[in-house]
Design a protein around this ligand. Structure first.
Ligand code: IVH
Length: 698
């Protein structure tokens, strides 16, 4: 290879690094993305390929090297040249007044000019130190005991908001930046949602603060890289070979210019009153913030004055944390109730001895699902830690061990719905248990009626959400079948009562006429909806996972409601588009006496459709074939591949058996491919699939 070629390559790698760095900074730090994700990914792949071909081009600050290091067995100790101290806490206004008075006295009394403070959120994560030498990130450490912490450089490198290389210019030769690593609420909630549905494989994170600390203490940086961590800078430590501005606020802005995230909530305030106003302003926003904060911090802004004041013990005299009410408290569980959601999801809920947490009195906290109760092992009578952060529903975080816990009976999901008495079931592979009452369960009925009446279902024009609420709340309708009992007088009376209840102006003659017209229209629409089709009717029933396409497939396949209702899970699974989960939902739905009653009543009240012979032939070149998809396809998503195979008549199944006609195996196909080989099932690669689609699709 000639020198010019390799120079070109080196140049290209440098350009790519620059572009990726800039894009990442704009996305993660400035919150103002400039290039689409796909373009970023493409550039990253190009750089990875270049570096793979020319390992000598790899630099430690290359964006490809964020998750570089191999797992280690322990963290090295790092001594902090300047100790990482902590802040004194204040819990009320008087303590803040005292703090400001003390500063004034020490600085030689009141000169009439207000003191300026840098005012900042107190981020609820963990403090870390980042060392940059000649602009490059060389070492990151936890605070530890303040004198020495742990070297977590490899983990910190995975946090995209931490620059591997300083931006701009004029940075000191050695710069230590301090700040907080935290986990944003959305990332925390998303991660735990995943954990709750993982059947115990992924461990739940207790709260964002523990999550951040735990994530940084992983020995394998690949694990840290998967955790949604973020960073805010709030101070500097060691500075050599350069100077910084004379105030703290200016210093923070300088850090921002060098590529560090600075919270938009950081500001300055004058005197005690300015600080307190800031406290109230941030307090009012606290619930809506994307991350947890446990207070605000006031720092005397003038660095020369800071030096003059110095420290007392391990805390600075020039700064203080003004705390908000705690977001976690302990209390006792008085009962565990079951809440039935609009879709039948049965959620265990802890009834608590009232406790003041996160600024409100909490009497209930969600336990999410039966797995979660089992994992936490919450029992009635236990003392628990309750957390209420942001506008997130209060939840039980953990049980506080006590001597009586073992003697209390473990909790189990009840077998029947507390609202309607129907069976509660949990399908295999699902985290959520559901009430099977469907159409007849009062907890689900509003949603069920709303869906039933919607345009693509039974289609009752003029019966909007508001009226459905009124009809159910005022007791006119308890199930979808009751809609067909409604009279004109019922509707008019309902409307009158709803108006009275809402304090709406009593009806004038004119609006009375309007009401009559509305009621007549609704009655006519209900009447019209009696003549429907089997597929609309099935869709209208609102069976879990039965959308329009599935409803249509079921209607075609069975032809009549009675033969569908008689079908067992195996028979249901022969229908194209119906897998084991949907089949189980359908069978379960029709097995419930309540649902059968409502259906019988609907039919008795005139809801009808034309039935036909079963239509079990599927057209297309793959009719009668069963395909299984496995591995990653490059050109198509799984869903696209499935839809296109189905459009050609194939049934796409989830697992390989002797009945499988062929398996489409993408990259990194695993056990399904093994199974296919074992059973001698035909295997297609992606190219063959694409070729087949090309030839047969119209
Ligand atoms: S300044 C010498 N500013 O609070 C004071 N700390 O108890 C150095 N913290 O360990 C800290 N937000 O983890 C400072 N805006 C902020 C902060 C903050 C959160 C944490 C930090 C520190 C603890 C102090």
């Amino acid at each position: 290879m000639s020198a010019t070629v390799s120079n070109d390559i080196a140049h290209r790698a440098a350009v790519l690094r620059e572009k990726l760095d800039e894009a990442s900074h704009r996305y993660h730090v400035l919150d103002a993305p400039t290039i689409p994700d796909a373009e970023y990914d493409a550039l990253m792949r190009e750089l990875e390929a270049l570096e793979a071909a020319h390992p000598e081009l790899v630099t430690s600050d290359s964006p490809t090297q964020r998750v570089g290091a191999a797992p280690s067995s322990e963290f090295a100790e790092v001594r902090h040249d300047i100790p990482m101290l902590s802040l004194a806490n204040a819990f009320n206004d008087e303590e803040i007044a005292e703090f400001v008075r003390r500063i004034r006295t020490r600085l030689g009394g009141d000169d009439g000019r207000p003191l300026t403070f840098s005012v900042e959120p107190k981020f609820d994560g963990l403090a870390i130190s980042l060392r940059y030498e000649k602009g490059r990130f060389v070492r990151g450490a936890t605070r530890g005991d303040g004198e020495s912490g742990e070297d977590v450089t490899a983990n910190l490198r995975t946090i995209k908001q931490i620059p591997l290389k300083l931006h701009g210019k004029d940075w000191p030769a050695v710069l230590e930046v301090r700040g907080e690593v935290y986990m944003p609420r959305a990332g925390f909630e998303k991660y735990n949602e995943l954990a709750r549905n993982s059947g115990g494989k992924i461990k739940l994170l207790i709260n964002p603060r523990n999550a951040a600390a735990g994530s940084l203490r992983q020995l394998d940086p690949r694990i840290t890289a998967k955790r949604p961590l973020a960073f805010y800078a709030y101070a500097v430590g060691v500075v050599e070979g350069g100077t910084l501005p004379p105030t703290h606020a200016q210093t923070l802005h300088r850090l921002r210019d060098w590529g560090f995230p600075l919270s938009k909530l950081v500001s300055t305030a004058e005197g005690e009153s300015g600080c307190l106003a800031y406290y109230r302003r941030i307090g009012a926003q606290r619930d809506a913030l994307p991350f947890d904060i446990d207070g605000v911090v006031y720092k005397l802004d003038d660095l020369a004055l800071q030096r003059e004041l110095g420290f007392v013990g391990r805390t600075p005299r020039w700064a203080i944390a003004h705390k908000f009410p705690a977001q976690e408290q302990t209390t006792t569980v008085e009962a565990i109730d079951i809440n039935i959601g609009r879709t039948g999801a049965a959620t265990p809920t802890a009834r608590l001895k009232p406790v003041f947490v996160g600024g409100v009195t909490v009497t209930n906290a969600t336990l999410h699902n039966a797995d979660q109760v089992a994992r936490l092992d919450v029992r009635i009578g236990d003392t628990v830690i309750v957390r209420r952060a942001g506008d997130v529903i209060p939840e039980v975080v953990s049980v506080v061990a006590d001597a009586q816990h073992a003697a209390r009976p473990p909790w189990a999901m009840p077998a029947t719905c507390p609202v309607c008495g129907s069976e509660i079931v949990r399908e295999e592979g699902e985290a959520v248990a559901r009430c099977t009452g469907g159409l007849s369960c009062a907890a689900q009925v509003q949603q069920a009626i709303f869906h039933f009446a919607s345009r693509r279902a039974i289609d009752i024009d003029g019966l909007g959400e508001r009226y459905i609420e009124d009809l159910t709340e005022l007791g006119y309708v308890q199930s979808v079948a009751d809609l067909y009992k409604l009279t004109l007088d019922d509707l008019l009376e309902m409307k009158r009562r709803a108006d009275e209840r809402d304090g709406t102006t009593p009806e004038t003659v004119k609006s009375g006429k309007v009401a009559t017209k509305w009621a007549e229209n609704v009655i006519a629409a209900i009447d019209r909806s009696r003549g429907t089709t089997l597929e609309r009717f099935l869709y209208a029933l609102g069976i879990s996972d039965v959308g329009e396409t599935t409803a249509k497939a079921l209607a075609r396949w069975f032809g009549s409601l009675d033969s569908l209702m008689a079908a067992d899970v195996d028979a249901l699974q022969t229908v194209p588009d119906v897998g084991p989960i949907v089949a189980a939902h359908v069978a379960r739905f029709f097995a419930q006496p309540h649902n059968r009653d409502v259906i019988a009543e609907l039919r008795a009240r005139g809801v009808a459709w034309t039935e036909h012979e079963p239509q079990r032939t599927i057209d297309g070149p793959l009719a009668g074939k069963t395909a299984v998809l496995t591995g990653a396809l490059g050109a198509l998503t799984r869903e696209e591949a499935r839809a296109r195979l189905e459009a050609l008549g194939a049934k796409v199944a989830g697992s390989v058996s002797k009945k499988t006609s062929f398996v489409v195996a993408g990259a990194e196909a695993g056990s399904k491919l093994d199974k296919a080989n074992e059973l001698g099932v035909e295997v297609w690669d992606e190219a063959r699939l694409l070729e087949f689609l090309k030839i047969h699709e119209v």
